[in-house]
Design a protein around this ligand. Structure first.
Ligand code: B12
Ligand code: SF4
Length: 503
């Protein structure tokens, strides 16, 4: 079959800091290609919508799949599905990805026939049987699939990460992928899943708390095929198992591969495996996201982060010693008042790290989706991007946004202030000389994108598609009820796996 795979446009607020290759979609593309299909990918983060329309006519796909990792992209995806169905009624349209997996039936209904099937869970094992069923029938017998005839059997977990590397060769304008000054930047996956269980996060519920690793050889082999000088490691928590981190490092050293790396990890993992991170700094590890989430013990408990403030601060010191630039994430609770914003500004100005703020948002698939007692003030998908308040704010909404943007502005000025300007200018100059303009655009765009009036205006847009309402529970939901994948017996609490319940 001729198969077109599409990634929706970049998210409005994060686009100024980053735009990264859709690795999940590339893996689905690789699986479809391996099953004998002719595949094209259009990433609307970096390609214009008009190109999609042109390719619909010239390539005339028999199937079109859209990636939905982000809730905020759902309205755009439904609109594309409607356009495709009205122009080519015979084209089989399907959705898949992280966020849509949790609300598949609801989205299918909202698309009113424009979407034929939604894949829940991992796309690689599902895509070939799905396309086969699209042609010969039996959609509701495909594992993970939801269609008008109901739900298929439970989704299947991919056996291992080593087979079928992502189809990076299908991507166009790769030079437009970047994160901060790492411009251009590719992405890679070393592990999949997270064994922790934070209440605001759906990473663990999607994978049923399973955790799989690529072999060090396959990971290094894949790295050797990446042309970009910079690489973002997409793992939820990098280097949980020290021997795995060391194993990949050894393979990269043997192949003399050196790049600049950006990764995400936890404070306790960093402290436990300092030598691994140290070794990676020699291979080019430059930046890391550390999900601190809260600066006080009460907040950390609330999010079930299973890390203490002391560990967080020791982790920052360790990263500083290693010369790694850390981006800290803190969750802003809509119940914050001016004083709490002031305290965060004070904290953020007292540390050399980059502090990033996200607004506490109950998402389908998370525990807080069911337990958050505050009612949603909006169900507009586009506002579920953790830059908007979707539950009542203690401050009037406009004052809340003023405080949020003011705090973000202070933090931004800190990073781009005089002390950093010379460093930033150096990076800027080098990037511009290589024709890379993403980082430069980011510096210009900040105040245009982040302003309280714009955020208020986002709330006033007419709403066509709304999220389902959560089923409220008085008690914490059963874990199994939250899971998309249920982990197979073989991956449960193996001795080699991290000890999530004991951390
Ligand atoms: C890496 C990552 C990032 C990276 C960049 C990712 C990128 N390329 O843009 C960084 C750290 C920069 C980032 C930023 C953000 N992220 Co993020 N991110 C992730 C993370 C940890 C892994 C995603 C990934 O690449 N996985 C590896 C690939 C191989 O898997 P995958 O993409 O899920 O694809 C598989 C399936 O989903 C499915 N699939 C995917 N597409 C399709 C398409 C079809 C047709 C089919 C059939 C199947 C299918 O098959 C694939 C293979 O199995 C996820 C959590 C998670 N574990 O999923 C959060 C996650 C997706 N991010 C999240 C959020 C909120 C954000 C931000 C909005 C946060 C912010 N404001 O700063 C930004 C927005 C980024 C943006 N793109 O604009 C949320 C999404 C919440 C939601 N419900 O909308 C998640 C779920 C984390 C969470 N808190 O629970 N993110
Ligand atoms: S450690 Fe990170 S990825 Fe894992 S559940 Fe917590 S927030 Fe999600």
């Amino acid at each position: 079959m001729r198969v077109m795979l599409v990634h929706p446009s970049a998210l409005m607020y994060s686009e100024i800091f980053l735009r990264l290759e859709p690795l999940g979609l590339e893996r689905v593309a690789a699986a479809a290609r391996a099953a004998g299909h002719e595949v094209r990918v259009v990433d609307l983060q970096v390609l214009p919508h008009s190109l999609l329309e042109r390719e619909m006519r010239s390539f005339a796909p028999e199937a079109l799949g859209i990636s939905l990792n982000y809730l905020a992209n759902i309205p755009e995806a439904i609109d594309i599905a409607r356009e495709v169905k009205s122009a080519s009624p015979g084209c089989f349209v399907f959705f898949g990805g992280h966020s849509v997996s949790f609300i598949a039936e609801h989205v299918l209904e909202q698309a009113e026939g424009a979407v034929d099937a939604i894949v829940r869970g991992e796309g690689e094992p599902a895509v070939a049987p799905l396309l086969e069923a699209a042609r010969y029938g039996g959609l509701n017998t495909v594992p993970g699939v939801v269609c008008a005839d109901g739900r298929g059997p439970a989704p299947r977990l991919l056996d291992g990460l080593d087979d079928l590397p992502p189809a990076r060769d299908l991507m166009r304008r790769r030079n437009r992928y970047f994160i901060g000054e790492l411009d251009p930047c590719a992405s890679i996956e070393f592990t999949r899943g997270c064994p922790w269980d934070c209440s605001f996060c759906s990473a663990w519920t999607f994978y049923g708390r399973s955790y799989r690793k690529a072999s060090p050889e396959a990971a290094a082999e894949e790295m050797a095929t990446i042309r970009e000088p910079n690489v973002f490691i997409v793992d939820d928590v990098a280097f949980i198992r020290p021997e795995h981190g060391h194993g990949i490092a050894a393979e990269l050293e043997r192949r003399r591969i050196r790049k600049q790396y950006y990764l995400e990890t936890r404070s306790d993992v960093l402290l436990r495996n300092e030598e691994v991170f140290e070794r990676w700094t020699r291979l080019g590890l430059r930046y890391m996201f550390l999900g601190m989430e809260a600066i006080d013990a009460e907040g950390l408990d609330l999010y079930r982060k299973r890390v203490s403030p002391d560990e967080n601060f020791r982790a920052l010191e360790a990263a500083r010693r290693m010369g790694i630039m850390v981006a800290i994430n803190l969750i802003v609770d809509p119940a914050w008042d001016e004083e709490q914003f002031r305290l965060v500004r004070e904290f953020a100005l007292s540390v050399p790290e980059i502090v990033h703020l996200t607004v506490m948002t109950p998402y389908p698939g998370t525990e807080i989706w069911h337990t958050e007692a505050r009612q949603l003030t909006t169900r507009d998908y586009r506002l579920f991007d953790i830059q908007h308040a979707v539950v009542p704010t203690k401050l009037p909404l406009d004052v809340f946004y003023r405080e949020l943007v003011r705090t973000q502005g202070v933090l931004n000025r800190k990073h781009l202030g005089l002390s950093n300007a010379f460093g930033a200018m150096g990076v800027l100059g080098r990037n511009l000389l290589r024709g890379q303009t993403n980082f430069a655009r980011m510096l210009w765009k900040f105040s245009r994108v982040y302003n309280p009036e714009r955020q208020m205006a986002d709330h006033r847009r007419p709403v066509r598609y709304e999220l389902p309402l959560p089923t409220r529970r008085d008690t914490t939901p059963q874990r199994q009820d939250l899971y998309i994948h249920t982990k197979p017996q073989s991956t449960r609490r193996r001795a080699a796996d991290p000890e999530p319940d004991g951390v």
